[in-house]
Design a protein around this ligand. Structure first.
Ligand SMILES: Cc1cc2nc3c(=O)[nH]c(=O)nc-3n(C[C@H](O)[C@H](O)[C@H](O)COP(=O)(O)OP(=O)(O)OC[C@H]3O[C@@H](n4cnc5c(N)ncnc54)[C@H](O)[C@@H]3O)c2cc1C
Length: 451
């Protein structure tokens, strides 16, 4: 089992801290790593795609779970997979799509592990239909602070504390996941433009229920009457009969061939993403999008994971890195969404294509982020002057509207707002105090927010 002291960051590349990175290759090695992790404790880590400090632990141990990556059992008749938590969604799609099964929920990147997907209880473009990842987890095996491996089933307090629990209840070793049946590896996609925020909210509210997947890419640099203009892309898995006869796609309907572009270089000038360049990019992107197009066939990789085509895309913000800010407020809080979008537009944050969508019913995870309502996610360069104070103001606005920010994206929230945002926080703390009295599982996030 390798163990090196390295600098660890989240995907936003802010707030690096040094930790002993330990890579177990067996469950026994994982148990030994937890047992021997020392006074500063340890935290499991997947592929490090959470943006903030959730999977880092200054001065302590970080358990890199990607060495445990076996797919144990595939039930191809019922669409159930049992795999190690270090398996990536990329690998699952690669293995399962040719069998006619797709992951039930995928975030905007497929380079996340099953453990990370459960730890952050991730959501996808289908949240309004399918809920978050945990809804499809039938059971999991959890290595807890006492060195025991527990089988954790749905409907138990430990399951609800672990799904969205940011790795703080223990190390997920395996998970059994229910998959979604598909006939092809293509998506049938409808695209339309919304001229401003009111138009966008109205379109999403009126017609989202017709689509399994829905998202709006919003231009937060547009101002005046164009504030909140957006391009909606919505769709579903294409049935076999939608593929043109005589084509390669029809002959190989379940082929998975993601496109890969050149990587972003390691060193980029900070000025690359200025207000001017991002404004021009967003403007061009909006104007070249179709006003209304239906039934376009797109590859799964292009529809779900357009950013994965560019390796190291997180370098485009330069050395300073970036903050991913995501919040959700209730469906009846459209005025709060309008106020926040206006504030971000007036602040002129150089944000490349932010994302707005509607969440459906919540899942029971105590710290799981999605609740019914409107969610907005955007990237902001960390070097933007006055960013901390600006985001603190947005947090206040979100909390006042009864909303919350997403912990998997966070690296800066003030702890005093957390109880209002996550009403089950005290239950979470109580369960942890009982399960892990010595505080073995600790991260920079948990220390900062007193989780
Ligand atoms: C381009 C991009 C797009 C994204 N889009 C979305 C999106 O649409 N929706 C969404 O919800 N998220 C999205 N994310 C965030 C990402 O899905 C989550 O942060 C996810 O948790 C990352 O998984 P990971 O394997 O990289 O985990 P890490 O980032 O390494 O860890 C995330 C959390 O999970 C815990 N964890 C990891 N492995 C285990 C384990 N084996 N046992 C217990 N806990 C564990 C960690 O302790 C940590 O708290 C996106 C990220 C990127 C970079």
């Amino acid at each position: 089992m390798s163990a090196d002291t390295v600098s660890v960051t989240g995907w936003g590349r802010t707030a690096p801290t040094a930790a002993r990175l330990i890579r177990p290759r067996t469950y026994e090695e994982a148990a030994a790593a937890v047992r021997d992790c020392g006074a500063r404790g340890g935290i499991p880590r997947g592929l490090g795609r959470s943006y903030g400090d959730a999977a880092q632990n200054a001065g302590g141990a970080v358990f890199d779970m990607t060495g445990l990556d076996r797919v144990h059992v595939i039930d191809a008749a019922d669409g159930i997979v049992l795999c190690d938590a270090g398996v990536s969604l990329h690998r699952l799609i690669d293995v399962l799509l040719p069998l006619g099964w797709f992951v039930p929920v995928t975030p905007g990147t497929r380079y996340v592990t099953v453990g990370g997907a459960i730890g952050s209880d991730i959501h996808g473009k289908n949240h309004h239909v399918s809920g978050s990842f945990s809804r499809h987890v039938l059971s999991l095996e959890l290595l807890t602070a006492d060195g025991e491996i527990r089988t954790v089933g749905r409907g138990t307090p430990l399951f609800d504390a672990t799904t969205g629990g940011m790795g703080l209840t223990g190390v997920i070793l395996t998970a059994t996941v229910q998959l979604h049946a598909v006939e092809t590896s293509l998506m049938s996609v409808d695209t339309e433009r919304a001229r401003d925020l009111d138009d966008l909210l109205a379109r999403l509210a009126a017609t989202d229920h017709r689509y399994r997947y829905s998202v709006a890419w919003i231009d937060l640099l547009a101002r005046g009457t164009a504030t909140g203009r957006a391009v909606l892309t919505r769709g579903d898995h294409a049935p076999l009969e939608a593929l043109p006869k005589g084509t390669r796609a029809r002959r190989e309907p379940l082929a998975f061939r993601p496109t890969r572009l050149p990587a972003v270089p390691a060193i980029l000038p900070e000025s690359l993403l200025s207000r001017t360049t991002v404004g021009l990019y967003n403007d061009l992107w909006y104007r070249t999008a179709p006003r209304a197009r239906t039934g376009e066939l797109q590859k799964i990789s292009a529809f779900f994971h357009p950013l994965d085509g560019v390796p190291h895309r997180n370098r485009i913000y330069g050395r300073g890195g970036f903050v991913r800010y995501q919040f959700v407020v209730g469906h009846d809080q459209e005025d709060a969404v309008r106020r926040i979008v206006r504030r971000i537009s007036e602040r002129r944050c150089p944000s490349v294509l932010a994302v707005l969508k509607r969440f459906g019913d919540a899942d029971p995870g105590w710290l799981s982020f999605p609740v019914p309502g409107w969610t907005l996610a955007l990237d902001i360069p960390a070097a933007l002057p006055g960013l901390g104070a600006f985001l603190d103001e947005l947090d206040e606005e979100v909390a006042a509207a009864g909303g919350r920010v997403c912990l998997a994206k966070d690296s800066r929230l003030r702890p005093e707002l957390l109880t209002a945002m996550y009403p089950r926080l005290d239950d979470f703390r109580a369960l942890r105090a009982e399960l892990d009295p010595r505080g073995v599982f600790t991260s920079d996030l948990s220390r900062r927010l007193a989780l």
